[in-house]
Design a protein around this ligand. Sequence first.
Ligand SMILES: Nc1ncnc2c1ncn2[C@@H]1O[C@H](COP(=O)(O)OP(=O)(O)O)[C@@H](O)[C@H]1O
Ligand SMILES: [Mg+2]
Length: 413
Amino acid sequence: MRDHDRDPLSTGNSSSAVIPDETFQLAPIPILIEDWYGIRLWVDDLRASGVTDLDAYLDRHPDAIQHLRETHHRFVDANEAVVTLFEAESKDAFFARAKKLLPASRRSNEQVLRAMFNGDTACQGERMLTSFGGRSIPIVWRCSLPRDPERYRRLHFYAFDITEYQENIDRIETMRAELARAGRISLVGQLAASITHEISQPLSATRTSVEAALRWLNRDEPELEEAMTSIRDAARWARDTTDICHKLRGFMARTPVQARMHAAEEIIDAAVRLIAAEAREKSIAVETNVTPGLAVFVDRVQLQQVLSNLLVNGVQAIASAGDDVERRLTLTARPDEGEMVVFSVTDTGLGIDAQAAGMLFQPFATSKQEGMGMGLSISRSIVEAHGGRIWVDTASGTGTSFHFTLPGAVRSR
Ligand SMILES: Nc1ncnc2c1ncn2[C@@H]1O[C@H](COP(=O)(O)OP(=O)(O)O)[C@@H](O)[C@H]1O
Ligand SMILES: [Mg+2]
């Protein structure tokens, strides 16, 4: 005789007192009917005997759940959806292995017991099932708990296969992890690109200065004074190179800028010297116009980076504009409102069209064959870290002005 045929309440093939048989059998949700009547009486007795803490009781009697399942519990009926869920050949095949497929687990059974013990009207939980084919199926189950103990002879357990839901969650988790990894990689990539970009100017200035020193020394009458000056310059550019590497690393980690008061003129002078060779080579005149006594509260090397980035862009813009345009690059600095200084770098190149202008400050945005697209992105980071802002003023065919503000003011000397 099959387990489910032994149900004492079963009349004919009616599977449930609550759900009409056909609806039950063909319901698209797996429904398992189990007999918990004996367990319900056991729970009532337990409570009557004065037990108030079920968890503590189960801790003291670790075999209780297994014992209850073996002596007081029965699978009564299952609908077609259960058979399908378990990938069983038939309902009989399912019932033949039901005890093994749905073993007593403290985690799952305890939830029903606790709800019964507390007099709750429903309970639910999650568990992992294993199908006949060995597939793991995560499910959420739910069960209504009637007041009348008699009705515990046919407790309805509804199961919801959450495989797909779980897979979606897993997919989202994987995507999130990948995104975080990509973010880290792109940060490392940006750092590498930034360093490469930012040290190229002072590095070639170092070389130029050393070569100049060599030429001064190589003369029939060596010019020691001039050689010393060139070597001092070389030492300074080399120091700046190291400094830039350190600062860029700190920059990515968002360490605060180390600002000090500097004469704007000095930093502008250094930046212009950094790009002088390139401007000369392309026959571009570089003019500066700085309000006397102007002081800025900045990290010296970082302001030098911003200026040389903008100046190099200007040189390249003019160089690529052909021979017909005027070849002049202007750098101005003057006080702005509210203890700020505004710097402007203006070229006589061909300008930028409005669409491209929106993207300029993004990392890796470049229109140049050999470009890295890092200069403006780094410049913006530096300016903003100082509490300033940077913007571009341009139109197609008219030349370009980049402006940025930094803290500072005119100091009486
Ligand atoms: N002065 C300028 N005139 C015209 N276009 C410019 C100018 N400065 C920047 N750009 C545009 O902005 C882009 C990004 O500049 P930048 O971040 O310095 O990267 P890169 O110089 O390596 O291309 C350039 O490729 C160019 O298209
Ligand atoms: Mg550039």
